[in-house]
Design a protein around this ligand. Structure first.
Ligand code: SF4
Length: 647
C-alpha cells in the first residue's frame, strides 16, 4: 500500500475524543506503551495557559528515539521556559500507522495527546538521511501538508536540525527553516522571534523573514538553486536580497548544561541509560569522517561537572548504565580521572560505564581495568583500514603493532569478543587493501588465542564509505555496487573460520545513503515520489525497497549515478556550500590533496592546521576563556591589545 492511500473511515465517530479512539485501537497494536506517554520525568504543562507550544519529533520509532540526547536537551530546556511547553512524538510503527490512518486519527503528542498540527512549532530531528521519508510520513500522519509552500498560518512552523541537515537541500521544500549547528541557543532565539511575530498577527512570510536573520537559521524558500545545462549545480540565487549568502553553523563557546531528568520509558527500549556528553568535536582529522569535520572545535566538560550531572541523573532516573559520549571518548583529557571519580563516588550503585568510542592510541590498560565491569557485549575498536597505504589516505595512522598488543590486553582483561570496525571503498582502495583487512582480523584472533585460547572471537563490522559533504573526500565518487560486492566477497571467503563473524552493509543501502547525503534540491522530488510509493523506515532491513527508489529516479528523470559515482572536479561548487561549518573549503581541498600523497596530519590539538574553526569562532572563545577549548590559542590583534593593556 502507498503511504498516501486514503483509508476508509471506520465506525469511530468523528466526535469521539482522541483519547477514546486511542483506547479502542491501542489493544490492537504491538507495544502500546510506545504511544501513551506518562513516563517518569515526562512533563505536562498547562496547555491552556502557555502561549507557545513546541512539538519535538524524532522520525523513528519510540524505542530508538526516546533515548536521543538532542531531543532530551531541548525537551528539558524549553520546558524550563514559563511561557513555553515542549511535548514529544515519534514515528508510529506500521501497525499503529494503519490504525491511525484507518480511523483518521492525526498523529499526536505523547504528553497531552494533542494533534501535532495544533502546535506552534514542530521540530524534526534529522541525525541521518535514512529518516527523510519517515519525516514526510510523520507530517502526513499529522495531517500537515508535507511541502512548506502548502502550509499556511493554520499549521505549525516546521523546523529541523541535526547532522543530516548540513546538506539541507534534499529536504529543502519540506522544511520551513533549518537550524544549522548546535541548537541550544538558536532554538530559543527562534522561539522568542516566533512569539513576537505571533503577537503581531502578521503573515507567515514575515515570520520566515525574521527568523532568516537569526545566525545559523537557513530558510530555503528564500533561495533558488541554479544548474548548468548538464545538471550540475551552479549557484544559489537569493530570492530575498536581505537573506545571508552563507549560513554559518552555531556553536556554544562553553558546553551548556547537561540534562538530568531523562525520560524513563515504561517499556523496553534500545538504550536504558544516562547519556552524558563529555566533550564535543574531534581533532583527529580522519578524512572520511563527517562528524569529525562538522563538530569542531573540541570543547571539554569539566570532570566535576560531569560527575555532578551523573549523580543528579542517577537520582532522577534510577538507571544503572552511564554512557560517556563523544566522538572519541578516550581522547578526553582527564578520562582516567573521570572514570576513577565515577567508580569511587558511585561504588555502591553497581553501575555500568560505557565508553562507546575509543581511540586505540589513547586507550590504556588502566582504563581497560576500570571498564572491566562492563564486559558484556564485547569490546569495540575501529581501525577503519588495515594497510599502511589506506591508513595514510584516510589519515588514521594506527600501527599494527599497537593494535595487536591492545587486542591481546583486551582479551587478557577478560573480554572474549573483540569487535573491529572497518570501512571499505575509501578512495583508491585496491582488492589487496581489502584482503589486508582479513589478514589483520586473523592476526587479532591469534592474539586472542594467545591470551585466552579458543574462547576468543573477532567480529568484523565492515561498512562502505560514502563521500560526505563538508569532508576532504567530498570530491570523490562511491564504489560501484558490483565492486563493493567483490570486496565483500573477499572478506566473506577469508573470514569463514571458527572465531570470526562478519557483518557488512548492503551496497544498495550504501547507494541510498550516498544519493540522499550528496543530493541537491532536485533530490527532493525523488524523496517525495519514493515516499508516496511506499518508502519509509529506510534504515530498517525489512523495509528496504530499492526498486521504489529507482522508480522514483526514473519518474523524475534523474540519474542516481550522477549523484553517487561522478568524481567531482576540484572547481565544482557543491549544492551544500552555502552552509558553512566553520571548516574552510580550502582546508578540505588541501586535505584531499594530502590524502593522495598519503600525507599524515596529526592530532591538531598539538599543531593547528588552520582549518578555519578558530578564526570563525574566536569571538566565542574570547568570551569564554579557559581550558575547555582544545585548539591551540589564536591571539587576535584585539586580544593582544587587551592583554598588553591589562599588563
Ligand atoms: S582550528 Fe586548528 S586546532 Fe582547531 S580544529 Fe581547526 S585545525 Fe584543529
Amino acid at each position: 500500500m502507498n503511504n498516501t492511500d486514503p483509508f476508509p473511515g471506520d465506525n469511530l465517530e468523528i466526535n469521539t475524543s482522541l483519547e477514546e479512539k486511542l483506547e479502542k485501537i491501542l489493544p490492537l497494536v504491538e507495544k502500546p506503551g510506545r504511544y501513551v506517554g506518562g513516563e517518569y520525568n515526562s512533563i505536562i504543562k498547562d496547555w491552556n495557559n502557555i502561549s507557545t507550544k513546541v512539538a519535538l519529533v524524532f522520525p523513528d520509532i519510540y524505542d530508538i528515539g526516546v533515548s536521543n540526547l538532542g531531543l532530551q536537551i531541548f525537551y528539558e530546556r524549553i520546558n524550563q521556559l514559563n511561557d513555553c511547553l515542549a511535548e514529544r512524538s515519534y514515528s508510529p510503527w506500521i501497525d499503529m500507522e494503519s490504525q491511525l490512518r484507518k480511523y483518521k486519527i492525526p498523529l499526536y503528542s505523547l504528553e497531552t495527546k494533542t494533534p501535532l498540527k495544533k502546535f506552534d512549532i514542530l521540530g524534526i530531528t534529522l541525525p541521518y538521511e535514512s529518516l527523510y521519508t519517515n519525516a514526510l510520513n510523520l507530517l502526513n500522519l499529522a495531517q500537515i501538508p508535507i511541502r512548506s509552500i502548502d502550509r499556511g498560518l493554520g499549521f505549525p512552523l516546521v523546523i529541523s536540525g541535526g547532522h543530516a541537515t548540513y546538506n539541507p537541500e534534499p529536504m529543502a521544500p519540506f522544511i520551513d527553516a533549518f537550524l544549522i549547528g548546535e541548537g541550544e541557543e538558536i532554538f530559543l532565539e527562534l522561539i522568542s522571534t516566533y512569539q513576537i511575530w505571533k503577537s503581531k498577527n502578521q503573515p507567515k512570510i514575515d515570520l520566515l523573514n525574521k527568523i532568516s536573520h537569526i545566525d545559523g537559521v537557513y530558510v530555503p524558500a528564500f533561495y533558488e538553486p541554479q544548474y548548468y545545462e548538464n545538471g550540475i549545480f551552479s549557484n544559489l540565487l537569493l530570492k530575498n536580497k536581505k537573506s545571508p549568502k552563507i549560513i554559518t553553523k552555531r556553536i556554544m563557546g562553553k558546553l551548556p548544561y547537561s540534562p538530568t531528568h531523562f525520560i524513563v520509558p515504561s517499556i523496553s527500549v534500545v538504550h536504558n541509560r544516562i547519556p552524558v556528553e563529555i566533550m564535543r568535536g574531534c581533532t583527529r582529522g580522519c578524512r572520511f569522517c563527517h562528524a569529525g569535520m562538522i563538530n569542531r572545535p573540541i570543547r571539554e566538560r569539566d570532570v566535576n561537572e560531569i560527575v555532578d550531572t551523573i549523580e543528579k541523573a542517577l537520582d532522577n532516573t534510577g538507571f544503572e548504565e552511564i554512557a560517556l559520549l563523544s566522538l572519541s571518548s578516550s581522547d578526553y583529557t582527564n578520562i582516567l580521572e573521570l572514570v576513577n571519580q565515577i567508580s569511587d563516588r558511585f561504588s555502591k550503585r553497581n553501575l555500568t560505564i560505557s565508553l562507546p568510542s575509543l581511540r586505540i592510541e589513547t586507550f590504556s590498560i588502566e582504563l581497560m581495568e576500570k571498564l572491566k565491569g562492563s564486559r558484556q557485549g564485547g569490546f569495540t575498536l575501529a581501525p577503519e583500514a588495515a594497510s599502511d597505504r589506506m591508513r595514510g589516505i584516510i589519515n588514521k595512522p594506527i600501527s599494527e603493532e599497537l593494535l595487536l598488543s591492545t587486542a591481546y590486553e583486551i582479551f587478557k582483561c577478560g573480554w572474549t569478543t573483540l569487535k573491529l570496525y572497518f570501512m571499505i571503498g575509501h578512495p583508491s582502495e585496491t582488492l589487496e587493501d581489502v584482503a589486508e583487512i582479513a589478514s589483520l582480523c586473523k592476526k587479532v584472533l591469534a592474539e586472542g588465542h594467545k591470551a585466552i585460547g579458543k574462547r576468543a572471537k573477532v567480529h568484523a563490522g565492515v561498512s562502505t564509505f560514502v563521500p560526505k559533504p563538508h569532508t576532504p573526500f567530498q570530491w570523490v565518487s562511491c564504489d560501484q555496487p558490483d565492486l563493493i560486492r567483490q570486496k565483500q566477497n573477499i572478506l566473506r571467503e577469508a573470514l569463514k573460520g571458527r572465531g570470526f563473524k562478519l557483518n557488512w552493509t548492503d551496497p544498495k543501502e550504501t547507494m541510498m545513503e550516498a544519493w540522499l547525503s550528496r543530493g541537491d534540491r532536485k533530490m527532493a522530488e525523488v524523496i517525495e515520489t519514493a515516499w508516496k510509493n511506499g518508502a519509509k523506515f529506510d534504515a530498517w532491513q525489512d523495509f528496504k525497497n530499492y526498486d521504489i527508489w529507482m522508480q522514483a529516479f526514473t519518474e523524475n528523470d534523474l540519474d542516481p549515478y550522477f549523484y553517487v559515482h561522478r568524481e567531482r572536479d576540484l572547481k565544482e561548487i557543491f549544492p551544500w556550500e552555502h552552509i558553512f561549518p566553520g571548516v574552510r573549503k580550502t582546508y578540505l581541498k588541501t586535505e584531499y590533496l594530502n590524502s593522495m600523497s598519503m600525507k599524515l596530519r596529526g592530532d591538531c590539538r598539538q599543531q593547528c592546521y588552520a582549518c578555519g574553526i578558530t578564526q570563525t569562532f574566536n569571538h566565542l572563545r574570547e568570551e569564554d576563556p579557559g581550558i575547555i577549548w582544545k585548539c591551540p590559542n589564536l591571539v587576535t590583534k584585539r586580544r593582544a591589545n587587551e592583554l598588553s593593556l591589562s599588563n
